[in-house]
Design a protein around this ligand. Structure first.
Ligand code: GZL
Length: 317
């Protein structure tokens, strides 16, 4: 075989098959860890599905860990990702505090960390690349403004809070209180955590009914799963959710649209869980050395009963 033919053969066999285009380079993270909060709500299931589905679509090997709602499990998972020398780490932090030590370990290991869905409080924001999330304070304001308008500024409100110490629970409470502050007739008469779970919403609502009888007018739930649990408790107590008692919640999962169509839920503020495509675009941009903003906000909107039947068509979750 002539030298020329031999070179052509090598080129065709060993070189041309490699794609050196900018999107697929040595830096493109191929092995990524995802420390998820748990599986506490329909919203969480939709977020997990979106991220796992996008990783599969992009040929990324995703190491998934379900934190079962416990920070210590998430920290263990991050340490395991470090030990496996993964290319990048995705973290949905169950609570806001307690992350500095393990994030100093990821920084020492030179593994970039991308926060999704919930923020953290750290003294040094360089410990993570970015946070992709909704603006929970604004979600709380939207819920509060809606309830002020629907009640003419007069309501005794019971509040179902999300997971204690989590950014969405802290911020949704803050935003709602900000929106009702100028209306003295809007009073939160009971407030307790149902941990973002349907069972939690039901149990806490049962306790509220036990304590208050009929002496309340509205329910503000930090997520749809707790609102749906509260609806079960109200029904069982012979009250008419959505009629005797107005209910506003957050997430806009499919079951919430079904409840609005049934007339038992009055409104819900969307909090988009479909983070997968934007998240992996961001991870790849970072790998190419592009500047990434510290926070990337997903836009939200409010849905009411009148919107539900049309809006639910074609929704992914
Ligand atoms: C919001 C997310 C919250 C949802 C709940 O980004 O962290 O946690 O609102 C979920 O449904 O459990």
């Amino acid at each position: 075989m002539t030298r020329r033919r031999w070179m052509r053969l090598v080129l065709a066999t060993w070189i041309l098959p490699f794609d050196f285009s900018p999107s697929v380079t040595a830096q493109t993270p191929r092995r990524v860890g995802f420390a998820q909060v748990g599986a506490e709500s329909d919203w969480r299931a939709a977020e997990t599905k979106s991220i796992r589905g996008e990783a599969e679509k992009r040929g990324v090997e995703l190491k998934f860990s379900d934190g079962q709602g416990k920070q210590e499990n998430q920290i263990k998972a991050v340490r395991s990702f470090i030990a496996q020398r993964l290319d990048a780490i995705i973290l949905a932090p169950v609570v806001e505090t307690g992350w500095e030590p393990v994030l100093k370990e990821t920084r020492a290991a030179k593994i970039p960390v991308f926060l999704v869905d919930r923020g953290i409080t750290v003294s040094d924001e360089s410990l993570y690349v970015t946070l992709i999330a909704s603006d929970f304070v604004e979600e709380g304001r939207m819920a509060g403004r809606w309830l002020v308008e629907k009640t003419g500024g007069q309501a005794r409100i019971v509040e179902l809070q999300g997971t204690v110490g989590s950014a969405p629970a802290n911020d949704r409470k803050r935003g709602f209180e900000e929106a009702i502050r100028e209306h003295p007739g809007m009073r939160i008469v009971r407030s307790q955590s149902g941990d973002f779970r349907r069972s939690g919403g039901k149990q806490v609502m049962e306790a509220f009914i036990q304590a208050l009888g009929r002496e309340f007018d509205a329910v503000y739930a930090h997520n749809d799963d707790m609102a749906l649990g509260a609806i079960q408790a109200l029904d069982a107590a012979g009250l008419k959710p959505g009629k005797d008692v107005l209910i506003i919640s957050i997430d806009a999962v499919r079951a919430a649209f079904e409840a609005m169509i049934a007339g038992t839920l009055n409104a819900t503020v969307e909090c988009n869980p479909l983070m997968g495509p934007l998240l992996f675009d961001t991870i790849e941009k970072h790998a190419r050395g592009e500047t990434i903003p510290k926070k990337i906000i997903n836009p939200d909107r409010l849905f009411e009963q009148k919107d539900a039947a049309e809006a639910v068509k074609g929704r992914e979750y």
